[in-house]
Every structure is written in C-alpha cells, then in structure tokens.
Design a binder for this molecule. Structure first.
Ligand code: ADP
Length: 212
C-alpha cells in the first residue's frame, strides 16, 4: 500500500461532478492528504481577512480567483505536506498546471466524467455542513432533520452562477483533460452513478481494485 500513499493525484471534473464527495472517500480509503483549493479559499473568506474579502467578490460571481493568488494560498499548504496529496480544484487552468508542475511530481490525474444535466442537478441541490465539512444533496444524499437547519447553500450554487461556472470550466479547465491524456496520466471514470458506484470504479481503475 505504501506506493499508493505516496502518489500525488489530481482530481479533475466539472463543478458538481462529485470531486469533494469522492475526495473524502479516497483519503479515507488510501490515506492521502486532501488539498482542496475550494476549501482553502472558503476558509480565507470566512476568516474575514483582507485577502478573504478580495476573493469573496470574485467567487460569488462564479469567476476564478487569479492564478497567482490561489497558488500563493496553495503553496503554503504544499510546503507543509509530504507526498501523497490529492489535489482537488487545482489546477483549473493550463497556467496553474505549469505552476504545479514546478512544485510537485504528479503521478495520475483522475477525471470524473458526468453528464451536463446531472451536474446542474447536483450543484443546485448541494448543501454543506459548516461543522463537519460533509457534503449533502437534498435529493441524492439527504441530511437528517437534526442538522438540516445548519446547512449552507453556497452562493455560487444557485442556478445562474452554476451555469456560468460550467462555462468557465469548459473554457479554462477542460483543456487540461487533453493535456494530461497526451502525457498518458489521465484515468477517466464515469461519474454518473451513485457515490458508492463511483467509489468502486475509482478503486478498480486507479487502485487496481484495492479498497482498504
Ligand atoms: P464537486 O466537488 O465536484 O463540485 P461535490 O462532491 O460537492 O462536487 O458534489 C456535488 C453535489 O452532488 C453534492 O450535493 C453531492 O452530495 C452530490 N453528489 C456527489 N456525488 C454524487 C453521486 N455520485 N450521485 C448523486 N449525487 C452526488
């Protein structure tokens, strides 16, 4: 198992494809460290720092935070981590891919492929538990009545913002799929099934069927 633990992986996929959901399972199953730029950015916003205020404006409009800024936030996290990282939400542009390439050696890129209509349904129904970081869906992964009240509907998960995030994804992030495929690093998994089905496919395609 030690070789799996030392692998650096990138998770690619449209917003709502299930990256966060699967990332939680991958770190649990294989002991990787989850580095989510979405989480890092949301923490910065919640801390109400000057930087946080700056990025909040950008994020709530569905736009991407500048490459330099997100990389600055990410770099401090990379520096304190060993190998065995799961990058979720980074890189999102070709430029970010070059930046990451200078810092760490990436072994594989896991692309979770989900149909567009499914993605829109998943984004608009997503709810986040601020206390545990768990991700729910009103229909597909419903929360208990007890915690329902405290769940957050992210501002960038409304229909309009989600549509523009999808457009940004197509223009800025999709080119990364061809890039990593041409380097022989891409592992594509069909993400249209249930979370457990997708988890199993990831185990089969990326971890040779091993699920610890
Ligand atoms: P991403 O990190 O790629 O933006 P998330 O993991 O946050 O995506 O998932 C988006 C929404 O879809 C969440 O509400 C989550 O509960 C739900 N979801 C994730 N994976 C599945 C799945 N396989 N089937 C149904 N709903 C899912």
């Amino acid at each position: 198992m030690s070789d799996l633990k030392n692998m650096n992986l990138i998770l690619l996929g449209a917003p709502g494809a299930g990256k966060g959901t699967q990332a939680k399972r991958i770190i649990k199953n294989y002991g990787l460290i989850h580095i989510s730029t979405g989480d890092i950015i949301r923490n910065e916003i919640n801390s109400k720092s000057e930087l946080g205020k700056e990025v909040q404006e950008v994020v709530s409009n569905g736009n991407l935070v500048s490459d330099d800024l997100v990389f600055k936030l990410l770099k401090s996290k990379i520096e304190t981590s060993e190998n065995g990282c799961l990058f979720d939400g980074f890189p999102r542009t070709l430029n970010q891919a070059s930046m990451l390439n200078l810092e760490v050696e990436i072994n594989k890129v896991l692309f979770i492929d989900v149909d567009d209509d499914v993605v829109m349904e998943r984004i608009t129904g997503r709810r986040l538990d601020p206390e545990t970081g768990n991700i729910y869906h009103l229909e597909f992964n419903p929360p208990s009545e007890e915690i329902k009240e405290r769940l957050i509907h992210r501002k960038d998960d409304t229909y309009e913002v989600a549509e523009s995030r999808l457009n940004v994804y197509r223009e800025e992030t999709e080119p990364l799929i061809d890039l990593y495929a041409s380097k022989g690093m891409l592992v594509k998994v069909d993400g249209n099934g249930t979370p457990s089905e997708v988890e199993q496919k990831i185990a089969d395609e990326l971890f040779n069927g091993v699920k610890v």
